[in-house]
Design a protein around this ligand. Structure first.
Ligand SMILES: O=C(O)CCC(=O)C(=O)O
Ligand SMILES: [Fe+2]
Length: 288
């Protein structure tokens, strides 16, 4: 087995059972207080940058969307040492590749690491912010799928959503419909992509629950689960980031790419997570 793959068992029997049943797990105290503080320091700077529309702060994209989703950051793994630690964080790295299924040598080609982070983003959401209900098992795309076959998980995308402050009632918590990663029928209250600019939240959606998190907790979920968020009614900000893990044969979701400096300084395992494609081999005489 490749050194990239965790050698220790990443999930308890109960975690496997609950993830299969519900489509998500809450990982308490996934981050240390020092890591939470460092992430908040980055968010303070990104917030203070006061970017209009879409711009860059260092190698991080800051998108002041003007939509209810709030301030959106892309390529957060570029933002400093703590963001690099999160790439293969022991609180979830082994679980993510277990649910993708590439901790199984039979399902892992060995040319590169077992997973790829195809999007690494975060949001700051103030009062009034929310996220529409989207996804669900009925969609069936391979990229976001939940799949269990021959005694193993084979999920297309495992999201790790980390909280940098406490997210309780009124804070605009992420909401999920437990079990909906297996649903065959579209939830009648799902909101189409074209309508995402409209003011719609998951509040009051049949079957949906709020995932309340403390600063440092993480919500791990398969993207196929129907999810979104409650509307924030409290003052202040909700601060989260999401690292999306999928198989290493995947491709970037958006046109953003890691900087050469980041690739240069990352450990081999971390580099393989942000750019598993490695060095290209081209025909003779062609520069890579
Ligand atoms: O903003 C939220 O709470 C939901 C985020 C979301 O939809 C995702 O991570 O895919
Ligand atoms: Fe989502």
């Amino acid at each position: 087995m490749n050194e990239h793959v965790a050698q220790v068992r990443a999930c308890s029997d109960m975690e496997e059972y609950l993830f299969d049943l519900n489509g998500y797990l809450i990982l308490r105290n996934a981050l240390t207080p020092a890591q939470v503080a460092a992430c908040n320091h980055t968010y303070d700077e990104l917030d203070a940058a006061n970017v209009e529309g879409r711009g860059w702060h260092g190698n991080v994209v800051v998108h002041n969307s003007g939509r209810q989703e709030g301030l959106i950051f892309q390529q957060l793994y570029e933002a400093g040492p703590v963001w690099e630690e999160l790439l293969d964080h022991p609180s979830w790295y082994g679980k993510a590749i277990h649910f993708i299924g590439t901790d199984d040598p039979e399902n892992f080609d060995g040319h590169h690491g077992p997973a790829f982070i195809d999007e690494c983003f975060g949001t700051i959401r103030g009062p009034g912010g929310a996220q529409r209900l989207h996804s669900g098992g009925h969609v069936g795309t391979i990229r976001t799928q939940f799949r269990y076959h021959a005694g193993k998980f084979h999920c297309g995308q495992i999201n790790v959503l980390m909280a940098f402050n406490d997210i309780g009632p009124g804070d605009g918590a992420t909401m999920v419909i437990p079990g909906s990663h297996k649903s065959n029928i579209r939830h009648p209250q799902t909101v189409a992509m074209e309508k995402r600019g409209e003011e719609v939240s998951v509040d009051g959606v049949e079957g949906a629950i709020e995932c309340h998190l403390k600063a440092g907790d993480a919500l791990l979920f398969v993207d196929a689960i129907a999810h979104g968020s409650a509307r924030r009614t409290n003052p202040g900000q909700r601060r989260i980031a999401v690292y999306r893990y999928g198989p290493s044969w995947g491709h970037f979701r958006l046109p953003y790419r890691p900087s050469p400096e980041l690739l240069e300084r990352l450990t081999p395992r971390r580099r393989s997570l942000v750019y598993p494609h490695g060095k290209e081999v081209l025909p003779p005489g062609r520069a890579a």
